[in-house]
Design a protein around this ligand. Structure first.
Ligand code: PLP
Length: 398
């Protein structure tokens, strides 16, 4: 008799969601019928907007990266041959930074405000961003500002509403776009936040346990105005073919067409999330608790540094590296986690080497946590621990 494989626990839901059986079935049936009568997903935009408390002016793209790409393309075309500055940060997700630079190439400069190191040093990222934005705006016309809501490498939360309000007053011609890929479903979105920006980008695959992948954009009313040519371009199903050629990147897609199966599966996942006890707020709170427990485990193990922002600015993500910089040992841990059924994602950060990112979601059980603790404890300590006779006077810390 062979041992059953360990159950897969997607510790990094932010990198890889693990679709439920119902979602998988919805996608499979959609794919089977992809050429004909694809499943109905017309309810998805309204259901998603309801769950997230968004106004519901949604357009869909393949994922968050392509949504950001198309927003940049639309703004570049709206500005004509010579665009002003595109301001972003050096803490954009690498895929996002790549598409922004690609789209803006030849149009105008891209200025990446330096916040990555500040965030890793637990410094005041928002104060630095406020200064950087003021400097950029003072130097000339800014056409597009892209800000991350939750940083991809440590889960720090940026006060995007504060910066959007400042930009509306001091750079009213700049389009302000927020990358909420790590925020949606992992932190509560403040009411009105998406009205303070021109476009708020999210995706569904990092938090719903839904299918990979679907990105979406919540648009400001101006971008939905039929008289604004940008509206037509963004709402189009066949996304921007001529602009795609301009950037040399592949075309995006609407959920109503090529990606209906994914959309139908996402709808199943949205409905399941809404029906959870406590709904989405309950799931967010449970994810934060799971993260706090994982951090405690890592701190107790002693060999790791949690790449943390201040406690108040933490989202539902835990990222950590080895204190001694031993990357082989970190990869060894990732392998052991994989072997035990925990799916953790490995990344590199320029200047900081390898780190692991965990986004446990709301369903981490005490048993999972116990198993995780056994894996992160240094080998010697864990075997000593196991050999030590039980003692009622010195109960083992758990
Ligand atoms: C902040 C941020 N933006 C964008 C992305 C890319 O998202 P997607 O896979 O939906 O394109 C990621 C992925 O980790 C991310 O962390």
């Amino acid at each position: 008799m062979t041992d059953a494989p360990p159950p897969r626990r997607a510790l990094d839901r932010a990198a890889l969601s693990s679709p439920s059986a119902a979602v998988r079935a919805a996608v499979a049936s959609g794919l089977a019928r992809a050429r004909g009568d694809a499943p109905d997903c017309s309810e998805l935009p309204a259901a998603l907007a309801r769950l997230l408390g968004l106004p519901g002016r949604l357009v869909f793209r393949h994922n968050a990266t392509l949504a950001l790409r198309d927003l940049a393309l639309v703004q570049r075309v709206a500005r004509g041959a010579t665009a002003g500055v595109l301001v972003c940060t050096d803490a954009e997700h690498p895929a996002v930074r790549h598409v922004l630079e690609t789209v803006w190439r030849g149009a105008g400069p891209v200025v990446a405000l330096p916040i990555q190191e500040l965030s890793l040093a637990d410094d005041d990222v928002d104060a630095a961003l406020a200064r950087g934005l003021a400097q950029a705006v003072a130097q000339g016309p800014v056409d597009l500002v892209v800000l991350p809501h939750v940083l991809w490498f440590n889960g720090a939360v940026v006060d995007v509403a504060r910066h959007a309000v400042w930009l509306a007053q001091h750079a009213p011609d700049a389009q302000v776009v927020v990358d909420g890929a790590q925020a949606v479903g992992n932190i509560a979105l403040a009411p009105g936040l998406t009205d303070a920006v021109h476009a708020y980008v999210g995706c569904t695959h990092k938090w719903l346990g839904g299918p990979q992948t679907l990105g979406f954009v919540e648009l400001a009313p101006a971008l939905c105005d039929a008289d604004d040519p940008r509206a037509g371009l963004l709402a189009s199903g066949d996304v921007l073919p001529e602009l795609g050629a301009l950037s040399g990147l592949e075309r995006g897609s609407q959920c109503g067409t090529q990606r209906r199966a994914v959309a139908a599966g996402t709808l199943v996942a949205v409905e399941a999330m809404a029906a959870r006890p406590g709904g989405l707020p309950g799931a967010i709170a449970a994810s934060r608790d799971a993260c706090a427990a994982l951090r405690r485990c890592l701190e107790r193990a002693g060999a790791y540094t949690v790449l943390g922002p201040r406690a108040a600015a933490r989202s539902s993500m835990v990222a950590f590296c080895r204190r001694d910089g031993d990357e082989a040992a970190l990869h060894g841990l990732a392998d052991r986690l994989d072997g035990a059924g925990f799916v953790a994602a490995r990344y590199r950060l320029d200047g900081h080497g390898a780190f692991l990112r965990l986004s446990p979601g709301p369903d981490l059980t005490p048993d999972d946590l116990d198993a995780f603790g056994q894996l992160v404890l240094p080998r010697a300590a864990s075997s000593v621990d196991r050999l030590a006779p039980p003692s009622s006077s010195s109960p083992r810390a758990r």
